[in-house]
Design a protein around this ligand. Structure first.
Ligand code: GCU
Ligand code: CA
Ligand code: CA
Length: 137
């Protein structure tokens, strides 16, 4: 599997900021999307083979549930719930399984409500064929 931290290969952008003002994160901080519907975070990964992969996010949410639409290569795939963790320095994970095509895949998590997204510590991708972080293009 590969874990992608903010501001490393495979992390393309956050429509917001990379922050470090709530403890418990790993890496350099976490992605804090703007509190707006449609605000999101983009990643890029390479899948050596088509098939089923697990996407997992570590996140904190000091507010109420902040679902995100998951877009792969621009197409809506599913909606992922990011429930409250009780505080902005309390972190947990959520995951979803999905199919990826072989080669580079763009991954976007986009806020469905005006509250924006949870704060995202990392994205991890697991699959039979060892996915890798990729250039954003
Ligand atoms: C607070 C918190 C941020 C968080 C924001 C939000 O401002 O400090 O880290 O992103 O709330 O509601 O999204
Ligand atoms: Ca925010
Ligand atoms: Ca991080």
């Amino acid at each position: 599997y590969v874990t992608i931290q903010e501001n490393t290969l495979g992390f393309c952008r956050v429509e917001g900021s990379v922050d470090s003002n709530h403890g418990g994160f790993t890496g350099a901080g976490f992605a804090n999307a703007n509190n707006a519907s449609g605000a999101g975070v983009d990643w890029s990964i390479n899948a050596p083979a088509s098939g089923v992969y697990q996407l997992e996010w570590r996140f904190a949410n000091g507010a109420s549930d902040r679902p995100g639409t998951l877009k792969i290569n621009g197409a809506n795939v599913t909606t992922v719930g990011f429930p409250s963790t009780g505080a902005w320095n309390s972190w947990t994970t959520v995951n979803t399984m999905l199919s990826l095509s072989a080669g580079r895949n763009s991954i976007r998590l986009e806020a469905t409500t005006s509250a924006g997204l949870a704060n995202i510590d990392w994205l991890a991708i697991t699959g039979a064929s060892a996915p890798q972080a990729a250039d954003c293009g």
